[in-house]
Design a binder for this molecule. Structure first.
Ligand code: JHZ
Length: 408
């Protein structure tokens, strides 16, 4: 593991620490039963603010082949909300750009084909790029042509040399995952046609800070973006942030529309002005975050301990990466939570990193009827509560940990 001395975007050495999450295991490194006795790899995790370009980032860089290995367990298609969100995005872009069989759409971090399958079904040629072979195989099984590889400037150049420049590139929840921040943006600029469009989604740092979504901080996420920091990053590579939308997905995200021609819309001007108005371009804005994270930790632990002292049983929903940060930072072990359930069959039978809580299929909930269910995948709380209506009818109660632990 390496620790950065200068900003991942602008290379300034003026980095101010805003949060220290201690030493944690990797959030998606679920533990196989036969490895329960073996020590897990753990890494420090600390967040800094760049005084020059305002980018929030973690100091630590874990090598990507360790993070996104063969056993990478994240499959996008397990959330109905995400599938709907992606299908609606694709329908809008096909209609607006009048896409057809003569065009090419590329997705970086295409995972199991959850998004590109919509273009494929409409007869538009697609190419997914993703280094995680398990999800990539699923994509290929459903007809989504996928390159199992990391997206680098060299790969973008070789695709462009083969005449495979894209009309549209999607890059959802991947910008933050790449250690060479400038490299991925320059690669996007290489791969997109001169009149093409790049559509990027990133979790929004304003939502993270204001709703205390500290659990979305883990080693896979190297950067936490604002409009201000992104605008500087893109311009450095001849790309213009022309339009932006705020989305509710993943606890609050930005959808960014980029092109090689500058055509900045009011949405972008307004977002940047709002960010300046609340001071996101100064470290003061981030100053009390660590204290609010600590308060949440204290409140959640106190709530779970109180319920246990009353003889209640507790389980958790969602073996999400963010769930690993939550349980490890707060210290939610087997003495508080009996087990975790998750719909993703690749996660069932494994154990959460660090606290080693076992992961089962959601059916276990009705069998065991724990009194409380801590929703670790709180970003999908509505979808999960709707699916678990029977659990609720039988008296089960839900706990949502952010922005403030609450019983629903
Ligand atoms: P979910 C992932 O983070 C991974 P995670 C990644 N690092 C990233 O950047 C962000 O997303 C954006 C399960 N589930 O998506 C599926 C059910 O069981 O919030 C998942 O295991 N039933 C690339 O892992 C987990 O919950 C359901 O009904 O924090 C959700 O994980 C639903 C909706 C989900 O992301």
């Amino acid at each position: 593991m390496e620790s950065i001395k200068s900003c991942r975007s602008c290379a300034s050495s003026k980095l101010t620490q805003i949060l220290d999450l201690g030493v944690t295991p990797l959030a998606d490194a679920l533990v196989k039963p036969e490895n329960l006795d073996k020590p897990e790899g753990t890494y420090p995790l600390s967040v800094v603010y760049c005084e020059q370009c305002t980018l929030i980032q973690i100091r630590e860089t874990v090598p990507p082949d360790v993070l996104f290995c063969q056993d990478y367990p994240y499959y996008s298609s397990f959330s109905e909300a995400l599938l709907k969100h992606s299908a609606a995005n694709v329908a809008e872009i096909i209609a607006r750009r009048k896409l057809g069989p003569e065009h090419l759409v590329v997705e970086i971090a295409s995972n199991d084909g959850y998004l590109l399958k919509n273009y494929h079904a409409a007869g538009i040629p697609v190419l997914g790029i993703d280094p995680a072979s398990g999800p990539a195989q699923r994509a290929m099984d459903i007809g989504v042509d996928t390159l199992v590889d990391f997206f680098t400037p060299a790969l973008a150049q070789s695709l462009a040399d083969e005449g495979k420049q894209a009309d549209v590139i999607h890059a959802n929840n991947v910008l933050a995952h790449v250690a060479d921040t400038n490299g991925i943006v320059s690669a996007l600029a290489t791969l997109v046609k001169d009149d093409g469009e790049i559509v990027i989604e990133v979790p929004y740092v304003k939502d993270l800070i204001e709703h205390v979504e500290f659990d979305t901080i883990y080693h896979e996420h190297l950067c936490y973006f604002s409009g201000i920091a992104l605008d500087k990053l893109f311009r450095r590579h001849g790309l213009y942030l022309n339009d932006v939308r705020r989305l509710s997905i993943h606890g609050g995200s930005l959808r960014l529309f980029l092109g090689k021609q500058e055509a900045v819309q009011d949405s972008v001007k307004e977002l940047l002005a709002q960010e300046r108005a609340v001071g996101m371009d100064t470290s003061t804005y981030y100053e009390d975050f660590a204290q609010r994270v600590d308060q949440l930790k204290h409140d959640l632990l106190a709530l779970l301990q109180k319920l246990k002292s009353e003889g209640k049983s507790i389980a958790a929903y969602g073996a999400a990466a963010k769930g690993a940060t939550m349980i490890n930072y707060v210290g939610v072990g087997a003495e508080l939570v009996d087990f975790v359930v998750d719909r993703n069959s690749y996660k069932q039978g494994l154990h959460m990193p660090g606290q080693l809580l076992p992961i089962f299929a959601p059916e276990k909930l009705l069998e065991s009827m724990p009194d409380y269910l801590l929703i670790l995948a709180w970003n999908f709380a509505d979808e999960i509560r709707a699916q678990q209506s029977q659990y609720a009818e039988r008296g089960g109660k839900f706990i949502v940990p952010v922005p403030k632990p609450a019983i629903l």
